[in-house]
Design a protein around this ligand. Structure first.
Ligand code: H2U
Ligand code: ZN
Length: 352
């Protein structure tokens, strides 16, 4: 039999966090690509847009008005997917018709008053304010006895369904723990019971030793392409120390988080010289009152782009019906992101 070569031979990789598999087909990256590599149109936006419902002072749905905010600003989503008042718990459990009424809170969080910015184009101090607000929201909502999990996330770019380019994210807080964090909870709890350690800390130690999937790191944080990544340029961001939730981050961990976010998001933008679309979000220990010491806080970045500012990876056919599949390996993706500059292309372009 031919000896197995991970850069050559189709193989599958196991994701122990989600208990899933991904099919990797590295030989396909050698096939000729005749499509062009387009650049996106330059994104020229004003610092203030009178028609934007997220800009300071502007009107929102209903009769709401934003204050003249100067840093971050959080408000209840005017079209919330979850509502705080209402029934909860099992309402029907016949053989095939399980229903649970659910309650919760949805908020929108503006990262900056500036309509024309994105996280990588903000200063480290401004990003630090975003980190502090994320932590404050998780602390406040998580302390409520009608909330079991606080999901912080950002949808960036029209390609990811983001409705407004003003830099913003969302916070959805449920009574129950949503499906993916619940699955991560089971995996991490089982690992702690079986091995007596924290799964993602042990994983991080092995990744640091291997080195080939690390993209950026600093004294407190490591951003890496997970061994089991599904999306072409998927990343995971992890603290080096054992931390279970965003509010538990120390001042120095928050400071270095702001710094590594700027560096990694600048690399993302520089990859195809476009404002890189993605969905990102934080996973930490639930706020359901159970022990969460088996958890390690982390962020996932799921970007759809594959080959250029406009060519995205489709999760279709086999991915929907069989299992997720990727061509370039996590190691190749990490090497490409590692090779990029940490000076944002829009800023370097201005230099003569
Ligand atoms: P996106 O991140 O998907 O673009 O979401 C922006 C949110 O802003 C969206 O959830 C809310 C929408 O419900 N929104 C308001 O709360 N008030 C408005 O006036 C417009 C949009
Ligand atoms: Zn705006």
């Amino acid at each position: 039999m031919i000896p197995y070569d991970p850069t050559e031979h189709p193989h599958r990789r196991y994701n122990p966090l989600m208990d899933e598999w991904v099919l990797v087909s590295p030989h396909r990256t050698k096939r000729p690509w005749q499509g062009q590599v387009e650049k996106a149109l330059p994104d020229e936006r004003p610092a203030y847009d009178p028609a934007c419902y997220l800009c300071p002072g502007n009107a929102r749905a209903g009769n709401a008005h934003n204050p003249e905010y100067a840093s971050t600003f959080v408000f209840e989503n005017d079209f919330a997917a979850l509502l705080p008042d209402g029934p909860h718990g099992r309402v029907d459990a016949s053989r095939f018709f399980h229903t649970e009424a659910e309650t919760g809170v949805c908020r929108v969080m503006c990262f900056s008053p500036r309509h024309d910015l994105t996280l990588p184009r903000m200063t480290v101090d401004e990003i630090r304010a975003v980190v502090d607000m994320w932590a404050a929201q998780v602390a406040e909502l998580g302390a409520r006895d009608d909330i079991g999990y606080v999901q912080v996330f950002e949808n960036k770019g029209a390609m990811m369904g983001c409705s407004n380019p003003h830099p913003h994210g969302q916070i959805w807080a449920n009574r129950t723990v949503p499906m993916y964090p619940a699955r991560e909870d089971v995996s991490q709890r089982r690992y702690a019971e079986e091995h007596g350690g924290v799964m993602l800390l042990d994983y991080l130690a092995d990744e640091v030793a291997a080195g080939e999937r690390i993209v950026v790191e600093n004294e407190n944080w490591v951003a890496l392409a997970p061994f089991w990544a599904v999306w072409p340029f998927e990343l995971m961001l992890l603290p080096r120390q054992h931390v279970t939730t965003l509010p538990d981050l120390s001042a120095s961990q928050r400071e270095s988080l702001a710094s590594i976010l700027k560096r990694l998001l600048t690399r993302y933008d520089n990859l195809f010289e476009t404002s890189f679309p993605y969905s990102m979000g934080w996973h930490g220990a639930p706020a359901d009152g159970r022990d969460g010491s088996h958890w390690q806080l982390h962020a996932h970045f799921y970007p759809p782009l594959l080959r250029s500012a406009t060519v995205k990876k489709f999760m279709v056919g086999y991915e929907l019906l069989g299992m997720p599949q990727r061509d370039i390996t996590a190691e190749q993706a990490a090497a490409r992101l590692r090779a990029l500059s940490e000076v944002h292309y829009m800023e370097s372009a201005r230099e003569p």
